[in-house]
Design a binder for this molecule. Structure first.
Ligand code: SF4
Length: 203
């Protein structure tokens, strides 16, 4: 059997019909996360939602932002969120920045549930990689995510430290030029739907 491990540079990527082993492996690894989950009480979509709302910032904790993150319809995302609210794992809370809207928060029961997150095994495998290999892998995945999001015309999710909207030199501390908000420590370490990838650095 012939394994296709790399794109033939003689063939333009968009015209190459051969299977890409690396792309297939990425999908395979993602499916393995939930394939033998130790806690099957939640579906993969519910686990993804619970994890998303635990790591998304205050501008992104809405069902519609989750639908973009999970690449699904707003209706499907809304049903997933409602099911987790009914289980007591998520809750709607008033949005302090906008009294007319609500944000989705993970409840203490949801936080406890996340202790059994089936993603933990993959996280362990990633953290076991040598630091330089892990950094290169993270960079490659970020580029892949940005490029695929650009091709599909959907948002790229990321964190403030890597975002083109983040002004770290603002007089009062880090400031988001997109949302016109000061950024606290929680914001800086959270996922954001308004993330704008900065041009890759040339070293
Ligand atoms: S700086 Fe970027 S990632 Fe951070 S809140 Fe603003 S848009 Fe989102």
């Amino acid at each position: 059997m012939t394994a296709h491990t790399a794109h033939d540079p003689a063939i333009p990527a968009e015209a190459d019909p051969s299977p890409c082993h690396t792309a297939e492996l990425l999908v395979h690894v993602a499916r393995l996360v939930h394939g033998a989950a130790s806690d099957p009480s939640l579906t993969p979509a519910q686990w993804t939602a619970l994890r998303y709302f635990a790591s998304a910032n205050r501008f992104s904790r809405t069902p519609s932002a989750f639908s973009e993150f999970h690449a699904t319809t707003r209706g499907t995302a809304s049903q997933t969120v409602k099911s987790l609210i009914a289980m007591g794992l998520l809750a709607r809370k008033a949005n302090e920045a906008d009294g007319r809207s609500t944000l989705i928060e993970v409840t203490p029961a949801g936080q406890a549930k996340l202790a059994g997150d089936p993603l933990a095994d993959l996280s362990h495998c990633v953290r076991a990689m040598p630091a330089n290999e892990r950094a290169m892998f993270a960079g490659a995945l970020a580029r892949l995510g940005s490029e695929l999001a650009r091709l599909r015309a959907v948002p790229t999710f990321g964190q403030c430290g890597e975002c083109g909207h983040c002004d770290r030199e603002a007089p009062g501390g880090a400031f988001c030029r997109c949302t016109q908000s000061s950024l606290n420590g929680d914001d800086m370490g959270s996922l954001c739907i308004d993330f704008a990838p900065t041009p890759p650095r040339i070293r």
